[in-house]
Design a binder for this molecule. Structure first.
Ligand SMILES: [Zn+2]
Ligand SMILES: [Zn+2]
Length: 284
């Protein structure tokens, strides 16, 4: 069933339903909907006639409420509710699946920015949607602290206040990324287990990461910290691959003192700035 909305109401309004053959999508047929309220009323417990919005197919109990709704609704594209596929567990069941992300990270950076407000120049003043830009946040400095589970890799926080702080920050983060990647790539072998760790591992019947029971098919493996070499917990052989340190994807996440977007904006500006530097063709 496909739903298409006419652009607003017309003098002669006719609702059509397009039927499609699931096995042969090219086979389609239009039918006239004589009573749209009857067609969609099964979605509510209300047993009387309903007033249907042609743009979102939402049902209203009175014409007055529908009339109030329409001006807001037609500001958006027509909508159709599409339910998740019940055959596909990943689509229809909301579940925490990134189990490897529940363990502490061997390294992360905690950053905070300081900025001051500069009033916008008169000529730069922008008035759009009745919003007036009064001032801009100018970064004046930052602090970046490397946190590591391994004390020997902890460094004093980098504190900077001076000209061009965002370029300085970008260079610092890129340098940290290189240093951390080098440490992570060493993959320290596991140091001998203590007797307590050994007993704990031997007694374990379930994988600490996924909760799956160990068996001949789901083997028990020792998961260790590849930076310190310390034994961490018993895991199944399937999880071991997932738990290996991996390179950060394109969607790396920044989080600093709960003002994610605030700091992200600065970082985005500097990324664009650097991208521009790379992309700008140099005259030769
Ligand atoms: Zn609507
Ligand atoms: Zn597991």
């Amino acid at each position: 069933m496909e739903y298409r909305n006419p652009e607003g109401e017309r003098e002669h309004h006719v609702n059509l339903l397009l039927l499609e053959d699931a096995d042969n999508p090219s086979k389609r047929h239009y039918v006239w909907i004589k009573n749209i309220s009857a067609l969609v009323s099964h979605r509510t417990k209300h047993d009387g006639a309903t007033y249907v919005c042609n743009s979102c197919l939402h049902l209203f109990k009175t014409q007055r409420v529908l009339d109030n709704h329409i001006p807001y609704c037609i500001q958006h594209e027509p909508q159709q509710v599409v339910y998740p596929n019940p055959q596909n567990e990943k689509e229809c069941v909301l579940k925490f699946r990134s189990k490897h992300k529940q363990h502490p990270l061997p390294f992360y950076l905690v950053c905070d920015f300081e900025s001051f407000l500069t009033p916008v120049e008169r000529e730069e003043e922008e008035e759009r949607n009745s919003m007036k830009k009064l001032d801009v946040h100018n970064v004046s400095g930052f602090c970046c602290n490397r946190i590591s589970s391994e004390p020997k890799y902890r460094t004093p926080p980098k504190v900077y206040s001076g000209p061009d702080p965002m370029t300085e920050f970008y260079d610092h983060v890129m340098e940290e990324s290189r240093v951390i990647s080098k440490i992570m790539s060493r993959q320290v072998p596991m140091r001998p287990m203590t007797s307590d760790e050994y007993k704990l591992h031997e007694a374990a019947t379930e994988c600490v990461n996924c909760g799956g029971r160990f068996s001949d098919r789901n083997l028990k493996v020792r998961h260790h910290d590849q930076v310190s070499g310390e034994y961490l917990f018993p895991a199944c052989h399937k999880c071991i691959l997932q738990l290996k340190p991996r390179k950060a994807g394109k969607k790396s996440k920044y989080s600093s003192d709960g003002k994610e977007n605030y700091e992200e904006n600065f970082f985005l500006v500097i990324l664009l700035h650097n991208l521009k530097k790379i992309m700008t063709p140099t005259s030769c």
